[in-house]
Ligand binder design. Sequence first.
Ligand SMILES: CC(C)(COP(=O)(O)OP(=O)(O)OC[C@H]1O[C@@H](n2cnc3c(N)ncnc32)[C@H](O)[C@@H]1OP(=O)(O)O)[C@@H](O)C(=O)NCCC(=O)NCCS
Length: 352
Amino acid sequence: MRTLQQGAETLDTADAADFTLSDALLPGEERLFEELLLAELPHFYDEVDPSFPRSLMYTARLGSDDYGYFTLRKRIFVARRDRVPIGFTVATYKRGGSVKMGPTVTVAELRRTGIGTRFRGAVEAEIARDPRIRKLYLTISGSNDRTLLFNLGLGYQVEGVLRGQYRAGQDEVVLGRIVRPAGEAAVGRNQIPAGSGRAPEVRQGTVDPDRLAEFMLRRMRSGFAGVDHSFVESIVRALAADRQVYARKGKSLLTAYHDGAVRGVGVLVPKRGGAIKLSPLLVDDLGVARAIVRAACRLADDQGRRRIYVVLPIADNSVVELLLREGFALEAQLREAYRPGMDTLVLGKCLC
Ligand SMILES: CC(C)(COP(=O)(O)OP(=O)(O)OC[C@H]1O[C@@H](n2cnc3c(N)ncnc32)[C@H](O)[C@@H]1OP(=O)(O)O)[C@@H](O)C(=O)NCCC(=O)NCCS
């Protein structure tokens, strides 16, 4: 029989496993988790300091993400042998049924013995027990060969390469593994008109959540599952001045208006290492899309960001075309990332 004891030994492992699995760190294990992450990640990523492992532990303990918008919650899994931790991995649950895996780390003396593969295999089996989970994905520094090979061995496939994502000149590979494929692909394109040619007024700052929800939620339906009023509220909360640090996932909001009516919305999220993400980008016409994208590039530039990238459902192909004309390059096709049957594209541009 399967038992789950918070913080104690057993979650679920194969009969022959020589380790136990838990999804709660015991007090003495927090230091090892922090040490292992800080010993490895700064080789590959900039702006990784103790606030990174600490915010992972804080969010996992809380059981929900105070600061995320697509992120719902985090779990930190621990493998223990004879009650001693030998590996950790983080699972970040996203709206729409995807889970982002990692970072994963095993203790140095056991590496290359197969423990990482069995640990992650057990964790992924546990996560996939939830029928709502459709997809697992992760990103890996292009120079972290061993982790790339490790994840390919777990059945992940390459979905793209993000240019200079977390460090200048350093690419990040996106890998995905579909655990529950959609019955059929969502078809169709979102028809987005060219617009009148009249430039909208683009403002930066907060907007009444109900007004924002009225504009955003209907327009997000085709590309994103699991998005509701709480998603919009989490964006509005993230605009506060005291949230503008990485650990609290501060955001900026651009809203485009014609004659006082909302016609477009773009949410900007700065990332550790110097990039900024524009997602979602929701527009009523391509003139509005152009105005928001240009305003976003200016804002990113003012903030000293090196890179901007946009995450869009593949159905928004006319916005993709516009981004290509604005100097963005297609970097990834994320399979069924936010909604069953609907792929998502990532387009990036260097601001240097
Ligand atoms: C990545 C990591 C978790 C793998 O754990 P592990 O316990 O060594 O994993 P396994 O022993 O199951 O290795 C499985 C496969 O991964 C690949 N791999 C692991 N280490 C490797 C290395 N040093 N060089 C090349 N390939 C390697 C190999 O394909 C290996 O299979 P093989 O040994 O049959 O060739 C571990 O190396 C680690 O903790 N690294 C440091 C942390 C890190 O960089 N994490 C990623 C940050 S996002």
